[in-house]
Every structure is written in C-alpha cells, then in structure tokens.
Design a protein. Structure first.
Lengths: 94, 478
C-alpha cells in the first residue's frame, strides 16, 4: 500500500526525520490504517457535496480597526532565539 | 474523614458554589483543599498545580464564586505552563489566555491546575503524553480514557470539582465515560477555540467534565458565546437553563443499530439496556434507527483529523515557541526536522504522516475530498434520524477502560474504539456522556446526542436519566 520510499517522501514533506528502523514500521502502520480507511472509496458519492464546516460561517471579518496587541518583547519572550526585533533562525542559505 | 473531604466527595460543583454563597463554605479553604489534593495526586492527572491560592479569589457574589477548576493543558493560559502533552512545548508559558479559560475566570472560577492529556489531543487513552500516562482512579492499572484523560481523572479522584476538556472525536465524552463522570461536547461553534491549541479545526470543541449534569450545564452557560477572535464561533441561540426535567413522557429516543450491536462489550451492552429501560420507565419511547454511514464516519475522521492536524502542527518548527534543536550542518531545514523529530511523539508523527499523505498531490481527492463527502452523508444520516426521534442514545465507548499498554502497540485498534463518538463530531452535533452502571467493576457511559444547538433538550434528558440511574460519581474519591 505505502512503501518505504513513499514514507521517506511524505516524511520530507512533513519536515519529519525518521530513524532507519522507523521507516519500515511507519510503512506497516500507515498501510494498515489506510487499508481500513479505503473502505470509503467503495461508497457511491457521485454528486455529493463535500462538507468543510458544519456550521454556516458568514466569513465575517472584524472591522479593520487597530486593537491593542502584544508588546514586541512579550511576543518574542517564548522564542528559543530572538533579539530585540525578531526571531532568529539559521540562515536558509547556510 | 474531615469535613472538607466529605464535602468534596459528596457535593457537586453547583452545591459547593451554593454553599460558598450562603456562607456555609469558605472559598479559600475549599480552594486550598482541592489544591493540596491536586498537588498530592498520584494518578499523574496534573502537569501543573498552583503553588497557592491567588491573593484575591473571585468574590462569592460572582456566578462561580471562586470555585477551583482544572484545565486541560491544551488551553493557553498566560504565564502558566501550557505544554499540550508534548515535549516540544515543554516549559512554554503563553503570553495570553484562551477565551474559554478567560470566560470561566470572568465568571468567578479559579484555575488550580492544568491536566495531563494525549499529545496535542491525539489519542484515546492518555498514553501518548510526553509527561507519562495518567491512571484511572477507579483502577490505577487502567487508562482514564483520552485525550482529556487528566481532566477526567482529576475530577474522578476528587482533585478538582470539575474540569475543562476538549473533544475532537470523543476526547471529552470517552474519558468522562471511563471515569464515571458527565462529559459534554457542545455543538461545534458553541465555544470559542481561540487560544486552544489546534488539532483538527473543523472538529475541535471545548466542554465540561463534571460530576453532575447540572454542573455541565452551569459550566457551559459560562463557556459559550461568539468570539470575534474565532470566526467559527457562533455561541448558542438560547441561554443554558438549569436542568430540571424529571419525566421523559412523549420523548422519542432513537437507538442506532450500527452503534449498539456487534463490537460492544457484553457488560457495556447490558448497562446500556438498563439505561434504555429506565428511560422507558420515565415515559420515553424507543425506536431503532439507522445511521448507514456510521462505520464510514470512522474512516473519514481518520482522514480529516490527521489532514487538518498535519497543517495545524506545521507551526511547531522551533522558531516562535517551544524547544528548538539545531542541526549539525546549521541549516534552517535541518533545524525544522531535528526540532520536530525530537519534539513529537510517535502518535503525533504517525498522524502528521497520514495527514500529509492524504493531502499530497495525486491523493487529495481520493482521501480528503472523499472524506468530506462522507461527512456530508453522515450529517444527512442524523438529519433524517432527527425527523423521527428527539435524541439518539448509544454506549459512549464499546468497552470500559482497558489496561495500560493493552492497545498501545496497535494504533488501528485504538482508533476503532472511537466508533460511537466520532459520527456526532463529524456532524457537529452536541453529545453528552453520563454514567449508567459498571462492567468489570469499571464505569460505563451512556451517550445521548441531539440536533445542533439542542443543548437544553440534551441536558434535560440527561438530567432526568441521571436522577433515575443514581450512579455515585464520587465512588473513586478517597
């Protein structure tokens, strides 16, 4: 159903790293779950609209009025690395 | 047994609030009693307990009169550790408080502890917690249910008068059932999700885990409401009344064949039948109904919830909060993957993988699109059913709480245990679990479901049944 190569591809898309031993186990577990899930492909769903949200949402946006927000130092206070102005991350070019 | 211990054992939250208001009970002494019980908790129900009572407790004339409340660790609480059962968020102290908690506090509740849970609410046993599994106070060798396992264990043990939980596919109702308590998942949209760490946004709802139906009604009355910070929150259409219904005369209860037959443990089925007989004795009539897509709902859920989770959990990347693990080669991509590798437990990784796969190019329509169409079908099943019946009854869980470790090596078996609660979640309708007896010495839950925004009907019926079933929700309090 889903093999080691696909698992590695999905792991990369997911920004997850798997140990060599985890790849086979993940393939087995995902295949077992997908095997159960695939029963829905047998249903006749022609012409059935998808449901994204069960409650009607009017898409209402707030008025574009400035409201008080977190001070910068508070917003940054939980970051693993930050300076006075922003979050610090390794350079994407490194 | 001291006076306070017997009060904790015997009185509901509603009764304790009344006693504080009348002057019969001192709010500060009661807070300290619960706080010290929580601090001495041996079930691993708590991930944080207050050091002391706040300098000023809310006044006795507030609606909730300073009564303590335990809060699932999925809710952001300003300055208080909020770790969602994850190593990735170890030590995280949010700079703001979730709307649900803020509303309870505004009504006069005082948080005395944060409770253990499955990591990011993914699990049915509380075993997927980076802070260790939680035990069931009715039998410490068994799971308390999940994902709001700590909230349920805390209330069942008398370490909290009531607790706040969250339910995506059953995470309030199932642990409440397994710990002999009342658990209410409101209509989707009733309670704001702002500041509640997101798992599957189209399904997540906050709600109470309590000793009585009246307590659940009281907490819900102070939780619900539209919130400009959550565009899916609409609140309820009428205030929540104090449930007082005694008769079920004229009520039609639908019993879905698909959720009450095969796969339900014998003792659970027996307790369920007793509850139905009690309902009939109160004047209700029973009607067998069909939810033809109930089984497919489980499959659809395990596409939709992981898909939404894979997107929601992309925010945990070691940049803005939580732990970061730098990669040896110093790259940004390496930092992301090392952080997530180290921070997430196996079940969270499994669901992110499942969801990413289901959303990936070439598979999107086969999985996610199909699952959304199944969701339309299951919602339609309920619409049809509610043309004939007023409420629907099922066991909350096909089994009682299982032994710790029993299902942890088989993810699919764990998923299948959610079969009775997931259909209501997909349809967005309210469901409540109330205790209806025991099997193997463990509590059994009766689930009742009503049409969207039918909370008052649901609570009234649950209250009438609770009276006649007479289960002692303090049975595990020592």
């Amino acid at each position: 159903m889903i093999d080691a190569k696909q698992v590695l591809h999905v792991a990369r898309l997911s920004r997850l790293e798997l140990e060599p031993g985890e790849v086979e186990q993940m393939a087995t577990e995902l295949s077992s779950i997908l095997g159960h899930i695939e029963q829905i492909s047998k249903l006749d769903l022609d012409g059935v609209e998808p449901t994204m949200h069960v409650v009607p949402i009017d898409g209402g946006l707030r008025d574009d009025e400035p409201e008080p927000s977190l001070p910068i130092e508070v917003a940054l206070s939980q970051a693993p690395k930050a300076n006075a102005e922003g979050f610090i991350v390794p350079s994407p070019q490194a | 047994m001291s006076d306070l211990t017997s009060i904790i054992r015997e009185q509901s939250a509603t009764e304790q609030i009344a006693a504080i208001k009348s002057g019969a009970l001192d709010a500060r002494e009661l807070f300290e009693a619960y706080r010290s019980r929580a601090a001495a908790d041996t079930f691993n129900a708590f991930t944080w307990v207050a050091d002391e009572a706040p300098a000023a407790l809310p006044a006795a004339d507030t609606p909730l009169a300073g009564l303590p409340v335990a809060v699932k660790d999925l809710f952001s609480t300003e300055g208080v550790p909020t770790q969602a059962g994850s190593k990735l968020l170890e030590g995280y102290r949010p700079p703001y408080t979730s709307t649900a908690v803020a509303k309870l506090e505004a009504a006069g509740a005082s948080m005395h502890g944060k409770t253990n849970q499955d990591e990011f609410a993914m699990g049915s046993s509380n075993e997927n917690s980076a802070f260790g599994p939680c035990q069931n106070p009715w039998d410490p060798e068994r799971i308390p249910g999940g994902s709001s396992g700590g909230s349920a264990a805390a209330v069942a043990a008398g370490h909290a008068p009531w607790a706040l939980g969250t339910d995506t596919g059953g995470s309030i109702r199932q642990p409440a059932a397994m710990c002999g308590l009342v658990g209410l998942k409101p209509t989707y949209g009733a309670v704001s999700r702002y500041g509640m760490i997101a798992f599957a946004s189209s399904l997540d709802q906050a709600g109470p885990i309590t000793r009585t139906v009246a307590d659940a009604a009281l907490m819900l009355e102070h939780l619900h409401g539209a919130d400009s910070r959550d565009m899916t929150s609409v609140g309820l259409r009428e205030p929540i009344a104090v449930p007082s219904r005694e008769s079920l005369e004229g009520l039609v209860i639908g019993v879905p064949a698909e959720l009450t037959g095969e796969g339900v443990e014998e003792g659970v089925a027996a307790a369920f039948q007793v509850a139905l007989a009690e309902a009939e004795a109160l004047g209700a009539s029973l009607e067998t109904i069909h939810l033809p897509h109930a089984e497919a709902a489980l499959s659809a859920y395990y596409v939709l919830a992981p898909a939404e989770a894979s997107s929601n959990l992309s925010r945990f990347d070691g940049v803005r909060y939580g732990n970061r693990v730098e990669d040896a080669d110093g790259t940004l991509l390496g930092m992301y993957t090392r952080t997530r590798h180290d921070g997430f437990g196996p079940e969270v990784k499994r669901r992110i993988m499942l969801g990413t796969y289901a959303l990936s190019a070439g598979y999107y329509d086969a999985y996610y699109g199909t699952a959304q169409r199944v969701r339309t079908k299951i919602a339609g099943d309920f619409t049809e059913a509610f043309k004939k019946v007023d409420v629907i009854a099922t066991p909350t869980s096909p089994t009682v709480a299982w032994k710790l470790g029993e299902k942890s090596s088989d993810p699919l078996a764990m998923y299948l245990s959610d079969i009775c609660t997931i259909p209501m979640s997909l349809a967005g309708i309210p469901g409540i679990s109330i205790p209806c007896g025991t099997s193997q010495g463990m509590p059994v839950g009766l689930q009742l479901a009503a049409p969207a925004f039918g909370e008052n009907l649901l609570l009234g019926v649950a209250h009438a049944l609770e009276r006649t079933l007479g289960f002692d929700t303090g049975g595990a309090i020592r």
